[in-house]
Design a protein around this ligand. Structure first.
Ligand code: BES
Ligand code: ZN
Ligand code: ZN
Length: 496
């Protein structure tokens, strides 16, 4: 896998000499970030300032809309990006920066561009958001190809700000962006090239020089340990399952956070085979695992004072003569038995083993992240993840973290009447309900059975936002989005 390369990032009060493109914003209230001397130069040359010129050329205030203004002498091209609201939130600015820099990169012909982003980011929070958006918006998955890699289109990003950033703001932004980009790259890697062992290897390589302990349970260890869910789901593939455990235990940490991620490197549905159209994007079904691994790496590198133990459940769900079946009864980690309702409901089975295992570590909070149900996509669309939690304090922790990261979570309940739908006559419980209602809640109710009593738990169903199978928007690229990474890092920062 190519290691993600990001252009260097700088913060300055004025544009550097030789800048090629200057990205400014257009809100419903008018332009933001236009340097006064540039406005004066435009007024002199065109008898109209940047605002009027942009408007007469049809620039729109709608989020992500872009317009390039005519060049002025040897100064930078001005690219106007729609920001939307007159008083933009940090996330509005993050998105505008992403869209602006992505569009700016298309202006390159040959030499990498020096791009300046000026969106009036004069507070540390907005400055960080703009810098993040600029790095994330530039991401594009490098195709698997024998050809030479595409030349770099942007060589330097400079964010204009009147604020003097603290010394390590830039490295914090770079670390966070790298975690998101690694997640996107893993999700985008075709599933013949990314499988349980290879993802485990890449996780190891990623955290190698961070203060993180790594343990990889192979299939023999999983059988021995009694991980009946992970082994059943991975049983149909010649590429056997793995359970990756990462531990970050900084001195002085008092809070212990456990993360659990779904890592189905390809979900064909198994014997309950998916129809072709819904199978095509199922390389994304390891996004939860990628997210928790990359977030753990970032948390450690940021040196956040919180103990983190992370489990990534890696398996490939394929039909074969060794595949598990609908109606099989599985003995899960910890001894509970499960009657398998549908081999396409595989995520909850691998997650159940890891939730039970994570509970043994007695963490203060378990957060799991999984592309778990199509029902979550039906309910909330493809930009909002479903949140379910044991209690409101826990839910609020997640909602606050997501808000500060600019990611959308929406809380759903686990109503009391759901769990009895999973009663089984041959096992402790069934994996699916007979009635096809409230699929996201049923899956959450199933998972809750495997979380240790009295342990706070939150479940993020990211089936919608993990993967963008339409065009890029804001700082979100096509394909894997890296959704959840920034929320988890913000959560850890809040707990530290
Ligand atoms: N990986 C899918 C869920 C999914 C759907 C992820 C769309 C991303 C986008 C999951 O394993 C699955 O197939 N779930 C089934 C469960 C059902 C059989 C109870 C579903 O949602 O249909
Ligand atoms: Zn499935
Ligand atoms: Zn799945």
């Amino acid at each position: 896998m190519p290691t993600p390369t990001q252009p260097p990032l700088a913060v300055a009060q004025t544009a550097p000499r030789g800048a090629d493109v200057l990205v400014v914003g257009l809100t419903d209230d008018g332009p933001i970030g236009v340097p006064a001397e540039l406005d004066a130069a435009y007024t002199k040359a065109f008898a109209t300032g940047v605002a009027d010129l942009a408007r007469s050329l049809g620039a729109k205030t709608g989020a992500g809309k872009t317009r390039t203004l005519p060049a002025l002498g040897d100064g930078p091209r001005i690219l106007v990006v729609g920001v939307g609201a007159a008083t933009p939130t940090p996330e509005d600015l993050r998105r505008a920066a992403g869209a602006g820099v992505r569009q700016a990169s298309t202006l390159a012909d040959g030499e990498p561009l020096s791009v300046v982003v000026s969106l009036g980011a004069d507070e540390p929070e907005t400055l960080q958001a703009v810098a993040e958006g600029a790095l994330l918006g530039l991401y594009e998955y490098a195709p698997v190809s024998g050809r030479d890699p595409k030349p770099r289109r942007v060589g330097l990003i400079t964010v204009l700000s009147s604020a003097t950033p603290d010394a390590d703001l830039i490295s914090r932004v770079e670390l966070l962006a790298r975690a998101v980009v690694v997640t996107r790259d893993w999700v985008n890697t075709p599933p013949n090239l990314l499988y349980p062992q290879s993802l485990a290897d890449q996780a190891k390589a990623l955290v190698r020089d961070a203060k993180i302990g790594v343990e990889v349970l192979d299939d023999a260890a999983l059988v021995k340990g009694g991980y009946g869910g992970i082994m059943a789901v991975g049983g149909g593939s010649s590429r056997p399952p793995r359970l990756v455990r990462l531990s970050y235990a900084p001195r002085g940490a008092s809070f212990h956070l456990a993360l659990v991620g779904k890592g189905i490197t390809f979900d064909s549905g198994g014997l309950n085979l998916k129809p072709g159209e819904s199978m095509y994007t199922m390389k994304c079904d390891m996004a939860g695992a990628a997210t928790v691994i990359a977030a753990t790496d970032a948390i450690a590198r940021l040196g956040l004072k919180v103990k983190v133990t992370t489990y990534a459940c890696l398996a490939e769900n394929l039909p074969s003569d060794t595949a598990f079946r609908p109606s099989d009864v599985l003995t899960m980690y910890g001894g509970k038995t499960v009657e398998n309702g549908n081999t396409d409901a595989e995520g909850r089975l691998v997650m159940a083993d890891a939730l039970a295992r994570a509970s043994e570590d007695e963490p203060d909070l378990i957060v799991d992240v999984a592309t778990l149900t199509g029902a979550a996509v039906v309910a909330l669309g493809d930009r909002t993840a479903a949140l379910m939690a044991t209690d409101d304090t826990t839910a609020d922790r997640l909602l606050d973290a997501a808000e500060s990261a600019g990611e959308e979570l929406w809380q759903l309940p686990i109503p009391r009447e759901i769990r009895p739908r999973l009663d089984s006559s041959v096992a402790d419980l069934r994996s699916t309900a007979k009635e096809k209602v409230a699929g996201a809640l049923v899956a959450a109710a199933f998972l809750r059975d495997f979380v240790g009593e009295d342990i706070a738990w939150a479940h993020l169903d990211i089936a919608g936002p993990a993967y963008n199978d339409r065009s890029p928007y804001g700082h979100v690229s096509a394909g894997g989005t890296g959704f959840g990474v920034r929320t988890l890092v913000a959560l850890a920062a809040a707990l530290a």
